[in-house]
Structures are given as structure tokens and as C-alpha cells.
Design a binder for this molecule. Structure first.
Ligand SMILES: Nc1nc2c(ncn2[C@@H]2O[C@H](COP(=O)(O)O)[C@@H](O)[C@H]2O)c(=O)[nH]1
Ligand SMILES: [Zn+2]
Length: 309
């Protein structure tokens, strides 16, 4: 319905209300309403086939599953509308951004890069310890895109750029680069646009805490369940255990307060510097973990401070 179509554009969207089959339809709606079907002449059956393959290649694990793929994609979709990016970027940029979000954690097995490297897994060996997971998500994405005949070199290169940006060990590097160009941001500069795309997928990827409490809270339970599974295995295998994953050390507030203050908030604040309509409200108290991301659309559209600030 039109009501759901509008709701889908908002960061308050509640994924927990929808079954996976319905989520597949919502993803199709995003591709349709951004005009990708018409602009790139994608057959609806090909899109369905692509999304079904994607669905099959997300694993049934607590956090990095198909619902996480959907939430990240839905936040990206919402940000595209809220910041009126359709007027500022090319359709191909938007297609790459949405598709990167869809593909960004394909075939994640629930163990992070530190585990891959310490346990000397096949993935770590294949990618020389360099972003093994993100390189693998890309490889699976390319395999699917090739199978449904949607892969092009142009799409693949920038999809890789966006998905690789989700490796959190690169967080400061990417954020600092973005800060350094913010003062003279230019939507006609390709390097600036690429960096913005990287920031947008990063924001979308870690945005659970910017959602309503009833959406965010179950996601935190899922994340901690996956963290604890990993640290249990690390203990059994005699591998180094990351303290933030250790069930004997972590509590919900300890997990979230530092993450919000030092990771999530600085990232959102820089994005809001480019798009003032994304008003980010800091948590009022240090113990209050809720980040209120007040996404207000300034009519008729959210203009960045200028298209070439
Ligand atoms: N402590 C928290 N860590 C979080 C939260 N949301 C995300 N994350 C971390 O970031 C990465 C994101 O990358 P992904 O591509 O793997 O999804 C994730 O793995 C977590 O380590 C959060 O709310 N709290
Ligand atoms: Zn993710």
C-alpha cells in the first residue's frame, strides 16, 4: 500500500513486523521506487532472481543474517530519500549504494575478521589477512550478479569499494578522509562521491541504535549472541578473545555506551554536517544509551549546505 511505501522510507521502520517473504517484496519496492527497473531496464524476474539468490546466501545466524541485510538496505534507502540524493547523484551511484547494502555481508558465518586471521581460516589465507570477510562478501556478490547477468565492470569496482568500507578496522581512516573533504564537498567530484557512498554504507551498517528502542533492543541481543558464540569458540580453540565479545566481561550498557559515543556518533555527526536535515541529538545523559537520530526532511528537500560546500 502507499502507506507502507512511505513508511519504508523512514528510519523508524520496524523490520520485526515482517516475514522474510515480505521483506523480499519490500526490497523489490525499493528498486522500483528508485526507478532502477526503468532506468537500467532490469527485468522484474531478473531482480527477483537476484534477490532470491541473495536471500539464499545469507546464513541463519543470530546477527549477520538476511534481516540485517534488509535493515542496512532500508536505512540506506531512507537516507537516499531523506537527503534527496536523487537530485545530487547519478542513478548508477544510487544503484551501487543500494546493491552494496544488499550484498555487504553475504555468506557471513558469524565469526569476525580477527577470528578469521587468528584461526588462519581459508578466507584469511585466500585474502592474505586483508579484510577477509568483506572480500568474500564481494566475491559472493559478483558470483550472484554474474549468474543473473547483472554484473558490469563499472558496478563491480564501486560495489567492492563500498563493501570493503564496512571493515570496521578502517573506520578512522575513512572518517578522517571524509572530514578532510567536507569543507569543500563537491557532488561533481567523483572521489568525493565515492567517499560519501562509503560513509553512507557505514552509517547504515551500524545504525541499529539510531532506530526506535523496540527495534534496536532485539538487534543488540542478536549481536551479543553472535559475539558470545565466537568468544566461546575462541576460548575452546585457545585463540585470543576480544574483550568486547566475552560473555564474562560484557554487559549491554558496557557494549553500547562506548560504541555509540566513540564510533556511531562521530560518524553520524559528520554526515549531518553535510546534510543539516539529519539532525543528530546526542544522548542527554552519559548512561543513556539511546541515540536519537532526528531525521527531519526540510521541505521541499534536504539540501546539503550547498552542492559544492
Ligand atoms: N557494540 C556494538 N557493535 C556494533 C553495533 N552495530 C554494529 N556493530 C559492530 O560493527 C560491525 C559492523 O559491521 P558488519 O559489516 O560486520 O555488520 C559489527 O560486526 C559489529 O562488530 C552495535 O550496536 N554495538
Ligand atoms: Zn553488516
Amino acid at each position: 500500500s502507499e502507506e507502507v511505501r512511505q513508511y519504508l522510507k523512514t528510519p523508524t521502520f520496524d523490520n520485526w513486523q515482517w516475514e522474510d517473504a515480505e521483506i523480499m517484496v519490500l526490497l523489490q519496492v525499493m528498486y522500483t521506487d528508485l526507478d532502477f527497473i526503468a532506468t537500467f531496464r532490469i527485468e522484474p524476474e531478473v531482480l527477483q532472481q537476484f534477490l532470491f539468490e541473495v536471500y539464499r546466501r545469507y546464513n541463519n545466524i543470530p546477527f549477520h543474517n538476511f534481516k540485517h541485510c534488509f535493515c542496512v538496505t532500508q536505512m540506506m534507502y531512507g537516507l537516499i530519500w531523506l537527503t534527496d540524493l536523487r537530485r545530487k547523484m547519478d542513478a548508477i551511484d544510487l544503484l551501487i549504494m543500494l546493491t552494496s547494502a544488499v550484498c555487504h555481508d553475504l555468506d557471513h558465518a558469524g565469526y569476525n575478521n580477527a577470528y578469521q586471521i587468528n584461526a588462519r581460516t581459508e578466507l584469511a589465507l585466500r585474502y592474505n589477512d586483508i579484510s577477509p570477510l568483506e572480500n568474500h562478501h564481494c566475491a559472493v556478490a559478483f558470483e550472484i550478479l554474474e549468474r543473473v547477468r547483472l554484473k558490469t565492470d563499472l558496478l563491480a569496482r564501486r560495489l567492492w569499494l563500498c563493501i570493503l568500507a564496512t571493515d570496521m578496522t578502517r573506520h578512522n581512516e575513512i572518517l578522517n578522509k571524509f572530514k578532510s573533504i567536507l569543507g569543500g564537498f563537491d557532488f561533481s567530484n567523483k572521489e568525493h562521491k565515492d567517499l560519501l557512498m562509503m560513509i553512507l554504507i557505514k552509517v547504515s551498517d551500524i545504525s541499529n541504535e539510531a532506530r526506535p528502542m523496540e527495534v534496536a533492543e532485539p538487534w543488540l541481543d542478536c549481536l551479543l549472541q553472535e559475539f558470545f558464540n565466537q568468544s566461546d569458540v575462541e576460548k575452546l580453540e585457545g585463540l585470543p578473545v576480544s574483550p568486547f565479545m566475552d560473555r564474562d566481561k560484557v554487559t549491554k550498557p558496557s557494549s553500547q555506551i562506548g560504541f555509540i559515543r566513540f564510533v556511531l556518533l562521530p560518524l553520524f555527526i559528520e554526515l549531518a554536517n553535510l546534510f543539516p536535515c539529519l539532525e543528530v541529538r546526542k544522548p542527554p545523559q552519559p548512561h543513556d544509551r539511546r541515540l536519537s537520530l532526528n531525521l527531519v526532511v526540510v521541505p521541499p528537500s534536504c539540501s546539503s549546505t550547498s552542492s559544492t560546500r
